[in-house]
Design a protein around this ligand. Structure first.
Ligand code: AQP
Length: 332
């Protein structure tokens, strides 16, 4: 059976972007694939984290995946730090990947910003660890958003380079698993920036645990422009905030933007925002409530993570052992 690997960073509150852009697709993939979903805490510390908050976010992310419909018994949910093979293969891949390849990674440039000299070595090597995450399980498919395509390309380059350096056909070249229209949810405060866990303003995002009042208030306060909604999709051009809200409505309802504008074209934002808030509460409300239940008593989530790590180790350890033999590490 084909195997999926994907990860989410425990760097803050899970939000609507994580849900529409990743998690709900991961739920669907369970029908067709053997799925391994990882809370990537090793990736999270590429940027400074408060240890207490990191532990809480790790549980919250795992609870979010389970509450959204991922079955941790049929598939695997675990946190990355508990399976040492990820970090070990990342080191071996650091010796295969070339500086020139990493220098081209645009996400590093964006995340490091102007202060590049002060960025952690881990942030720079992030895509090498991502390659190890995927290949230590010999995953064949990786669901990727637009922002991760370049990293998956690098994973394929590392797999090819490893196979060729050692003259083996060992690692598969993982394929991107792309979903129809990629949902890219933008900030509610600025339609040109993506909705993000690390945005300082909580009003920029709808958290998966927000209650009905918070969701309604954030949507009511979302930045818009003074014009009513257009009747045609072309009318959304150069109106990033309006386009974002229509995109969100379409994604949450499984309709096209044209269809949504067929209903709301010509309406004022106040009317549209009310319907959008009702829809968001309808979809996210039950998931948020289940997340709260799962985090109030974390014993179920902790047990699921422990069991997931054990099963992930059972897959990764023999693969890593073969890598040791290929590389030439003595097993005395
Ligand atoms: N705004 C978004 N729209 C669509 N998809 C999104 N994803 C994240 N934000 C959006 C997708 O969620 C998955 C997990 O993301 P991640 O937590 O590993 O990292 P990220 O992309 O860096 O997410 P954030 O929220 O922006 O976190 P911070 O602020 O910590 O950097 C990925 O598949 C991602 O595409």
């Amino acid at each position: 059976m084909n195997r999926i690997f994907s990860g989410v960073q425990p760097t803050g509150n899970l939000h609507l972007g994580n849900y529409l852009g990743a998690i709900r697709n991961w739920v669907r993939l369970q029908q067709e694939f053997e799925c391994i979903y990882c809370v990537v805490d090793l990736h999270a510390i590429t940027i400074e984290q408060d240890p207490q908050a990191l532990r809480a976010a790790t549980r919250e992310v795992a609870a979010g995946l389970i509450a959204a419909g991922i079955d941790p018994k049929k598939h695997i949910v675990f946190n990355q730090s508990q399976v040492a093979a990820h970090a070990e293969l990342a080191w071996i891949f650091s010796c295969v990947a070339r500086l020139g390849w990493l220098n081209r990674m645009t996400q590093f440039k964006e995340k490091a910003g102007k202060n590049r000299e002060n960025a952690s070595v881990g942030l720079y090597a992030y895509p090498v660890l991502m390659a190890a995450d995927i290949l230590v399980h010999k995953a064949t498919h990786v669901p990727v958003g637009e922002d991760q395509k370049q990293h998956l390309e690098l994973t394929r380059d590392i797999a090819k380079a490893f196979n060729s350096q050692f003259g083996v056909e060992f690692f598969p070249l993982p394929e991107p698993q792309i979903f129809g229209e990629a949902a890219r949810v933008m900030s509610l405060r600025d339609g040109t920036k993506k909705m993000s866990k690390s945005d300082a303003s909580d009003y920029s995002r709808i958290n998966m645990t927000d209650d009905a009042d918070a969701i309604a208030q954030k949507i009511r306060k979302a930045k818009t422009d003074p014009e009513p909604l257009p009747t045609e999709v072309a009318g959304l051009e150069k109106r990033p905030e309006a386009a974002n809200l229509v995109d969100i409505y379409a994604a949450l309802s499984g309709r096209t933007n044209a269809d949504v504008l067929g209903e709301f074209g010509g309406a004022q934002f106040s009317t549209f925002k009310q319907s959008l808030a009702d829809l968001a509460v309808h979809v996210l409300g039950p998931i948020g409530a289940e997340m709260k239940r799962l985090t109030t008593d974390p014993s179920f989530v902790d047990a699921a993570l422990r069991d997931g790590a054990e099963r992930a180790r059972a897959i990764a350890t023999p693969i890593l052992r073969e890598v040791h033999d290929i590389v030439g590490f003595l097993r005395p």
